[in-house]
Design a protein around this ligand. Structure first.
Ligand code: GDP
Length: 454
């Protein structure tokens, strides 16, 4: 019997409400020792699931706080066990005293992610869904939240289960032929399952390819604004951030170091860095800033390279274009409100160029679309299944490699025995991905990264 566990489920800081969560067979009797319902004759012990009661929380010394107890009865709770949530005032001392009282009443301290781990072990969530719980909590943008919610609601689980079911059908077809080759069953026709196998190969490949875009959405995109001094980098930064974060002046070289801002663009998080204008013949302090800017540009996931529409491209513009030509880039022709003297065809030979006026806010929609396209964020639709971490990616790659071998073996006329073995490998990789066959060590490792109380 799993021990009854308890933890503070809300941040240990001042807030209007704090919650202690208790889960396990003894959850209700433990909570009953520290919580007395205000209403005469009502006790947590005789409350139905999904009901709440107002009352008083106490330890052996006396009153701690008043608040609400929420009762969940197994299996209809987050963990699948009996659960009580005690909502008190959100003060660190209140929460610590109440947790101490709950532990003294017979619960043990929950480890990191213990409640979600129990939900997984009790079959309330698949492993990918459980993993997504932390991604929901740590989501930093609308798109990251949508993706994490999709996974938490089963998008990856359903996708992997569907692919696994097809593989099981293929393996059964192969096995039927191995067992009864003389009976001439319908399974003898390889096209019956080979086409299905190829479909799994294609879909697994797509899922694996979506990992990078998913990671960009989850972690945000490291995006550098680069260009000569005075082309309008800070103005662009302010436009994207909708604030006056950078210092905007018409004296060349004002943004001497790196100014950073986090903005959400069409739901996707961009970590913008406005760098020192890149040019020659500057003072020592500026030179350091320019070196940093070049370094940042090299490491960026996306470069927004800004050019002055009102002037022909110069040597410095060309060297910026050369230095970023192998990186995801959006070329931005700014100050188009003053007319275009820059040679657009030269710029376009380096990539997609977008004409804007940062000062007048013109061309913003085209710019946003180009940014989304350049970083691949536009390839994902909200709620689409996306592999969320290295563990899932590794299992998916293992499954794909086994499926590719099976397809290859089938085309080469290998024995059905051999194909059957390879298909089993693919199936077990997918079962691992979904957590249907996964070792205790892996499970412990996954949940150790969760916060306590979740
Ligand atoms: P940075 O050195 O590249 O960061 O350039 P700033 O953003 O500081 O802008 C330099 C000057 O160009 C400022 O006087 C801005 O007001 C002006 N500027 C920026 N964008 C535009 C634009 O789209 N049109 C016009 N006409 N002026 C702009």
């Amino acid at each position: 019997m799993a021990k009854t566990v308890a933890a503070i489920a809300t941040p240990l800081m001042q807030g209007s409400i704090g919650v202690i969560r208790i889960s396990g067979d003894e959850a209700i009797s433990v909570a009953n020792k520290v919580f007395r319902c205000a209403k005469e004759g009502v006790s947590l012990e005789n409350m139905a699931g999904y009901t709440a009661a107002y009352g008083y929380m106490f330890n052996e010394k006396g009153h701690i706080d008043d608040g609400v107890a929420l009762v969940f009865r197994a299996p209809h709770s987050y963990t699948g066990e009996d659960v009580v949530e005690l909502s008190c005032h959100g003060g660190p001392v209140v929460l610590k005293q109440l947790l101490r009282a709950v532990l003294d009443a017979g619960a043990v301290s929950a480890g990191p992610g213990e409640f979600t781990k129990r939900a997984f072990l009790n079959g309330k969530l698949s492993l990918t869904q459980a993993e997504a719980v932390m991604d929901v909590i740590s989501a930093q943008s609308t798109a990251a939240l949508q993706t994490a919610n999709g996974i938490k609601n089963g998008s990856v689980y359903k996708k992997i289960t569907a692919l696994k079911d097809i593989l099981v059908f293929c393996a059964a077809s192969v096995a039927a032929y191995v067992d009864f080759p003389e009976e001439g069953t319908e399974y003898m026709d390889t096209t019956g399952w080979l086409d299905k196998l190829k479909q799994v190969e294609k879909e697994l490949g797509e899922l694996i390819r979506s990992f990078d875009s998913g990671a960009l959405i989850k972690n945000g995109i490291d995006c550098v604004i680069a260009g000569k001094p005075n082309v309008g980098k800070s103005t662009l930064m302010n436009l994207l951030a909708q604030s006056e974060r950078s210092i905007v002046t018409d004296i060349a070289g004002t943004t001497r170091d790196i100014v950073e801002e986090t903005v959400e663009l069409d739901g996707v998080l961009l970590r913008l860095s406005d760098t020192a204008g890149i040019h020659s013949g500057s003072d020592e302090v500026e030179k350091i800033g320019i070196e940093k800017a070049k370094q940042r540009m090299k490491n960026a996931q996306l470069v927004l390279a800004v050019f002055d529409a009102g002037r022909p491209l110069c040597q410095e513009d060309m060297s910026i274009l050369e230095s970023i030509k192998d990186q995801p880039t959006v070329l931005i022709v700014n100050k188009t409100d003053l007319g275009i003297a820059a040679d657009l065809s030269v710029l376009q030979s380096y990539g997609k160029a977008v004409c804007i006026s940062a000062a007048k806010g013109q061309g913003v929609d085209e710019l946003k679309a180009a940014i989304m396209q350049a970083c691949g964020a536009n390839t994902l639709t909200p709620g689409q299944p996306v592999l969320a971490n290295e563990r899932q990616l590794e299992a998916a790659k293992r499954a794909l490699s086994a499926v590719q071998s099976a397809v290859f073996d089938a085309k080469c006329g290998q024995t059905f025995d051999l194909i059957g073995v390879v298909l089993e490998d693919a199936i077990s990789a997918l079962l691992e991905l979904n957590g249907e066959s996964v070792g205790e060590t892996v499970v412990s490792e996954i949940f150790s990264k969760f916060c306590v109380g979740k």
